[in-house]
Design a protein around this ligand. Structure first.
Ligand SMILES: [Zn+2]
Ligand SMILES: [Zn+2]
Ligand SMILES: [Zn+2]
Ligand SMILES: [Zn+2]
Length: 431
């Protein structure tokens, strides 16, 4: 039984391409054809399944004739052009098979010259589009296109159809527009595209010479140029020399211009490639992988930048947390005056309270004041009742913001928890 009963067997008009492709797929799968059978040999296929179809090879003298088909209830015959290549004949035979399967007329003379008969044009469109999909199924073709980096001769060998048919298929599926292979194409032409995104993490690739995505480390042999919105990933603010403004380890803000490392805790303040043979230094504050060699950067090695997936989860967890708190009135409010408030505490002589809040940020979500602190050490101090009372009284005295509760959160708490890998002892290392 075939699954074909819901579709009309005979086509006389244009059909939606997706529907037509589905019809072709159903036809092939009813014959037991799978991806393993590619490249598909259409002549063998016809000979195997249709004993009432005779195939002969004639010398038509003109290379513009693809094939001839006579359809008859008892015995049908097809003639293919001897003067065309084997690959060309593979396409021609599949073209005739489409007529054989789906079309009502009894005689077909198929040429590569343009046709003015409108009815004939429709049937020829079906036959070419159908043959293309049968011999080069869309999904398999896209996979192979990426695998072979768009090389037409390799695709032609894999699918066993002529290079012209391959080129037409690439244009027809719009692949030339979606993928550009950096090894084949002069990179400067990419400059005309305003938006180039990493295919795996959607990071905006601003430097056309990057070999690897700076966020996820994906090798950039293919780049999706158009499509989705770019993603932004968490990163650190750097000064004009690409050096950290605040030490992320000890939170020292008094950075010594003449030193590469924090003079309080010794933290290295630049984001460099960690591969000593590569030599790329001073990368942006959100870069996790070296754009030249793909190695992780010093920020990742020091664990102040997490991998892109954890960073994304972190952001989503934080947004979800804020949204849940905002339920009573739907409001999430940034507090741009938070730093002024902290200054006010310091000036009022509340030095301890100022100190533990110094690196915090705050938001009002619903009726809750959320205080974000970068370190757990501060969280314990802020959470004391006395401190919370001081914050509430002083904040309410200056700003007219309504909140009934305070929550203190360490920003690291939003990262996903991973199982600690079991640490191996030196005994396990074989010599
Ligand atoms: Zn035809
Ligand atoms: Zn990426
Ligand atoms: Zn430090
Ligand atoms: Zn590198």
């Amino acid at each position: 039984m075939t699954s074909f009963t819901s579709q009309p067997e005979i086509l006389t008009d244009y059909v939606d391409k997706d529907i037509f492709y589905k019809m072709i797929e159903n036809k092939l799968s009813s014959l037991g054809i799978t991806e393993q059978d590619y490249p598909l040999n259409s002549i063998k296929l016809a000979q195997k399944f249709y004993s009432n179809l005779q195939i002969e090879f004639l010398d038509f003298k003109s290379i513009n004739i693809g094939g001839i088909l006579f359809k008859h209830p008892n015995i049908s015959s097809m003639a293919l052009n001897k003067s065309r290549s084997k690959k060309g004949r593979n396409f021609d035979c599949m073209h005739e098979l489409i007529h054989f399967w789906f079309h009502p007329e009894t005689e077909y003379l198929c040429t590569y010259l343009s046709n003015n008969d409108i009815q004939r044009k429709k049937l020829e469109w079906h036959a070419n589009e159908g043959a293309a999909h049968a011999l080069m199924p869309k999904n398999l073709f896209i996979r192979k296109y990426k695998e072979f980096k768009g090389e037409i001769s390799k695709l032609s060998d894999f699918f066993f159809v002529g290079e012209r048919a391959i080129a037409y298929r690439i244009l027809n599926l719009g692949l030339d527009d979606k993928f550009i292979f950096l090894e084949d194409v002069n990179r400067y032409i990419l400059k005309k595209f305003s938006l180039r995104l990493c295919p795996s993490c959607q990071n905006h690739i601003s430097n056309i010479n990057s070999l690897y995505c700076g966020i996820c480390g994906q090798y950039l042999d293919t780049i999706i140029i158009k499509g989705d919105e770019p993603m932004n990933y968490y990163g650190y603010e750097l000064d004009t020399n690409l050096k950290l403004k605040t030490c992320p380890r000890c939170l020292n803000t008094n950075i010594d211009e003449s030193r590469d490392s924090c003079h309080i805790c010794g933290f290295y303040l630049y984001n460099d490639c960690s591969n000593e043979f590569c030599g790329v230094t001073k990368l942006p504050g959100d870069t996790r992988h070296c754009p030249q060699c793909g190695s992780s950067t010093t920020f990742v090695q020091a664990n102040i930048l997490k991998n892109w997936e954890d960073s994304l989860t972190w952001e989503l967890n934080k947004l979800k947390y804020e949204q849940n708190l905002s339920m009573p009135n739907g409001q999430i409010k940034e507090l741009p005056n938070w730093n002024d408030f902290l200054e006010f505490l310091a000036l009022s002589g509340l030095v301890y309270t100022y100190k533990i809040l110094e690196n915090s940020t705050a938001k009002i979500c619903g009726y809750t004041l959320v205080i974000y602190t970068p370190k757990n050490i501060f969280k314990e101090h802020i959470q004391l009742n006395d401190t919370l009372n001081i914050i509430t009284e002083n904040y309410n005295s200056i700003y007219n913001e309504e909140f009934y509760e305070i929550e203190v959160v360490c920003t690291d708490d939003f990262y996903p928890i991973h199982e600690e890998p079991t640490t191996s002892s030196y005994d396990d290392i074989p010599f």
